[in-house]
Design a protein around this ligand. Sequence first.
Ligand code: NAP
Length: 290
Amino acid sequence: MEILDGKIASQAVKEALKQEVSLLKTSGKRAPHLVAILVGNNGASETYVASKVKNCAEIGFESTLIRLEETVAEAELLATIEKANTDDNVDGILVQLPLPKQISEQKVIEAINPKKDVDGFHPVSVGKLVQGLETFIPATPYGIMLMLEHYNIPTKGKHAVVIGRSNIVGRPMSVLLSSNHPYGNCTVTICHSQTANLKEICLQGDIIVAALGRAEFVKADMVKPGAVVIDVGITRVEDASAKKGYRIKGDVAFDEVAPKASYITPVPGGVGLMTIAGLLKNTLQAYKSR
Ligand code: NAP
């Protein structure tokens, strides 16, 4: 069994980006600029956005964090997005999800200029992805593809089982793995909460991508020996013995699944770090295409 280490793979992506930005700057050009909008004080969202901003700084990107109150009106958020849409110095815009109840996430996603849609959630980006056109790929599935590439994991002709059909992870992941791409060309089964015989389907998977958000859901008896196991889940599980009062758990019961797998991603230290790498690559792509 080999660990697919998000720290190593994301560092490799970030080094390459850093060199590209450095070349841009020495030739007198401005750095790529990401605007991140954070609404409210959700603990997990704070952590994710802080990490995105820190990573931008590490590789020489400019970033601006816009904070809005939990009670902000939808119209004000939409106006903030519009300002960034029309600002020539902004290449990428992301609005950290989830949003408070008074705001429609769909409206917000559709308000972002598709040319700056570095999260890849806009229907235009999704449509292009499905049609195999160049576009912004949602950061988490993109990060997983970069991980497969970094470790040169063979995917052609394999059966991939994706658990979860969300617009941000499961569905785009299934599209990428089934597409005609060096790290695609899988036969994909996509599972969800209404899937019958999930265990039997998982047992057929040469590659399993677990993205359902249920801590340690995938057990050893659901995994075929030698499978590649990609764990997307991030769930805070209360634990009084932990410093913060909780521990982060993935969707895979790592200790029992790892000995059966050929490759496996840990949580933390796996897909989460690759998600940021995907976002940074999208931001550079947005910069270049403008
Ligand atoms: P989501 O929107 O809640 O979607 C979860 C999906 O899993 C849904 O399609 C749901 O089916 C399915 N599901 C739920 N329970 C199931 C069950 N018992 N059996 C089979 N399928 C089941 O979640 P998400 O946004 O995709 O995120 C999934 C997990 O990944 C979460 O833990 C999230 O925190 C994590 N995440 C991590 C990263 C990262 O960077 N590592 C990024 C994004 C998300 P239905 O459609 O039928 O409801």
